[in-house]
Write a protein that binds this ligand. Structure first.
Ligand SMILES: *Cc1c(COP(=O)(O)O)cnc(C)c1O
Length: 346
């Protein structure tokens, strides 16, 4: 976490606050910073998905809020692309809803979506990221069809920063009702913070379905330190020089590639975008069978050496190197460790 985030958390830790008021004021500031109608803080993007689902199912109705995950008599169906099914949809399911899948790996049609709506449809969820496939319906069409029936659309955009514009693009430009971001990823806020932005009534319902209210979100407490930390993190992020950061990543990747290509049996090229679809470059290293040390052994040495360097193995001979989580200066440490791991005897 950057210093201003740590400072905000330390400040919050020194004071007693009224949580409802802090959440309200933080929400107002976050809405302003992210150009949204409303915003609130959750204890992570996954918790934000729980609150967003609860908001679509129970709204702000105290009786319904108290009853979840008992959804008897409530709208209890959530439509989702079959291709988007992933580990995070557990967060949606734990509210008691049933996922109604549409489409298949070959593609999804508007007719698939139309046929899935029923009187019990609470929301359509859209997971943005590596799970998206070219055959998916365009998000714009999903939103158009859902809104024609008065059904809200929630976008899981947990890892969709950068670009910073995504903070308002899904909601303000594409018209999604809610978008959920992780506070602990590129925002570099507290690990256990998440950001929910969008429609005022739904954000209010998220808050009512969360801590400190007795609700499905009560065990997903977001502390005053995380709330204050996330506001500081978003403030920093929207004022950051993103072009300079991108240029830095390009420089790191270019330097890595040039240096690594000098190693016997190793090639390194720029790859784009990265694994979460973020528009930043990363390096794809390929270890040829003729290289003195094999791919798996390089990965093992990087992991076990000092300092430990975690890399992403790719298929059978590749290694992805992502500069995103490095502080300036650390790129040289990573390079030195790879040269060391890839040289010498197996
Ligand atoms: C990371 C991620 C989450 C969870 O975010 P947390 O802030 O760790 O709860 C949810 N959905 C997607 C698509 C993610 O990439």
């Amino acid at each position: 976490m950057p210093p201003q985030v740590l400072d905000a958390m330390a400040d919050a830790a020194r004071s007693f606050v009224e949580l409802d008021e802090l959440q309200r004021l933080a929400g107002e500031r976050l809405a302003e910073l992210t150009r949204n109608e409303a915003a609130c803080v959750s204890s992570g993007a996954a918790a934000g998905l729980v609150l967003a689902t609860a908001a679509c199912v129970a709204g702000g109705d105290p009786a319904a809020i108290a009853r979840l995950p008992d959804v008897e008599g409530l709208k209890d169906e959530v439509i989702v692309h079959r291709t988007h099914r992933n580990g995070y949809d557990h967060a949606v399911r734990q509210v008691g809803v049933r996922l109604v899948e549409i489409g298949c790996a070959e593609g999804t049609s508007l007719a698939d979506l139309e046929a899935a709506f029923s009187a019990r449809t609470a929301a359509v969820f859209w997971f943005q990221g590596a799970m998206c496939t070219p055959g998916d319906l365009p998000l714009r069409d999903v939103i158009g069809a859902a809104h024609a029936r008065g059904v809200p659309v929630v976008v899981d955009a947990a890892a969709q920063l950068p670009p910073v514009e995504n903070l308002w693009r899904f909601t303000r430009e594409l018209g999604a009702d809610l978008a959920v971001f992780s506070g602990g990823k590129d925002l570099r806020g507290p690990q256990c913070s998440g950001l929910v932005v969008g429609r005022r009534d739904l954000v209010r319902a998220c808050v009512l379905n969360g801590n400190p209210n007795h609700s499905i979100g009560r065990p997903m407490k977001v502390g005053k330190e995380e709330i204050a930390g996330l506001v500081a993190a978003v403030d920093r992020y929207v004022h950051l020089d993103h072009a300079a950061r991108e240029a830095w990543c390009e420089d790191v990747v270019a330097h890595w590639n040039e240096s690594l290509c000098r190693l016997p049996g190793i090639t390194a090229v720029r790859d784009f975008p990265n694994e979460a679809g973020q528009p930043l470059p990363w390096t794809l290293v390929t270890v040829d069978p003729s290289a003195p040390v094999g791919r798996d052994e390089i990965v093992r040495r990087l992991d076990e050496g000092e300092p430990c360097v975690k890399v992403a193995p790719w298929r059978s001979s590749g290694i992805h190197l992502n500069p995103m989580t490095l502080e300036p200066g650390e790129e040289g440490v990573v390079l030195a460790r790879i040269i060391e791991a890839a040289s010498g005897s197996a």
